[in-house]
Design a protein. Sequence first.
Length: 447
Amino acid sequence: MDQELLNVIISIIGLSLGGAVGYLVLKPKVKASIEEYQKEYNEILNKAQLQATQFREESRAKALEIRKTIQQDEVTQKDQSKRIESLIQSKEEQIQKKETKNLEINAALNFENELMQNLQSKNKEIETQFTVKLAQKTGESLDEVKSSIMHNLEQDLELATEDRLRKHVEDLEENKVRLAKNMVASVIQRYAAPTSVEKISTTIEVARDEMKARILGKNMENLILLEELTGCDIIFNDSPNTIIISCFDLVKKHIARETIARLVKERMVNPDKVKFALAEVQKSVDKNLIRIGHDVIKKLELDHRKFPDDFAKVVGRLQFRTSYGQNILKHSYEVGYFTLMLGAELGLDMETSKIGGFFHDLGKAIDQEVGLPHDVLTKEIMEKYTFNEDEIHAAWAHHDAIPQRTAEAMLVKAGDAISAGRPGARQESLEKYIERIQAIEGISNSY
């Protein structure tokens, strides 16, 4: 390899020198003598020889480095080959050991299987001999002996089951009050909504008292008309810059409030504008009631039943109805959630518990207008909108109009009592307030 590189280098140098000499020979002889050419030629030749010598030495050194590198790579490859061969041999030995172990395990398993088969066959022979001897002694056939044994086992199981059930029933009888109290307390603690007391009066503030006079109209004709159409008591002169609206029907109170709020913005108010504003507010309230009803149905996850707008309007009216100051819609939510949680604890029908609990006071949405008991109206409304028999019974039987015949109906009664009895859930009546004051007075006088 080194000799070939040197030959190539010498050839290149020869060509270079030949080119230089040709150049000097063919160069036009413009003011140059032969001695100058000879001198220049010798200088170029010496320089070329020095470069050739230097290039040859560098090439030889590079060739030696390449040879050393090749030798080192060969040694490294040999070492790697030895390591790989050693690893392969080790893996083969491990595989051989595992195969030997597997053969030993299989042989042991076969032996155990044969032993088990022998034992099973011997066991069958013993059972056969035992049943034959037993039949001979009892004088009964094999089938009769088997049926007798099975009959005795069934009787023993029935007695054991009855005994366990009796003990379970006795345990429940002893602890039923405690379990029920714990369950009710757990349900109340899990429901964290605020109480739902509503006021029967509301106020509207106006910028100036002159605006109240404009709404009153001549000889208070607008006020008389408003009270007649809305059924509310409207007080203008009780407080400055304030109009008070009072009514037990919260829908009428809301309509009166919105109507007066519109009339406040009018420059001139007359009976025609009062009637127009009232009609517009009534339309708006009807739409709002339907929207509230559909929102409630969706929140209860009953929107798959596709209830019409008429039913949604009845449900929406519950937001504007109170009982002992308690908002009926919030109260219905409470009872629905209580019955749902209690039904889950007892493993009852969840859908029936929820529907019965929420819709138990549905009749209160229209009882003030119709004049019938609200539980009877609840039954009529639910029958009209295709609820099933168990759901209707659970909803309307909570006031003992008929005996509760399902567990879900009993839960609705319990949920209604929990919601009404929570501290702060209802406003106290005057009679109960006087009774409480008298009790406190009696405690004071006892000292």
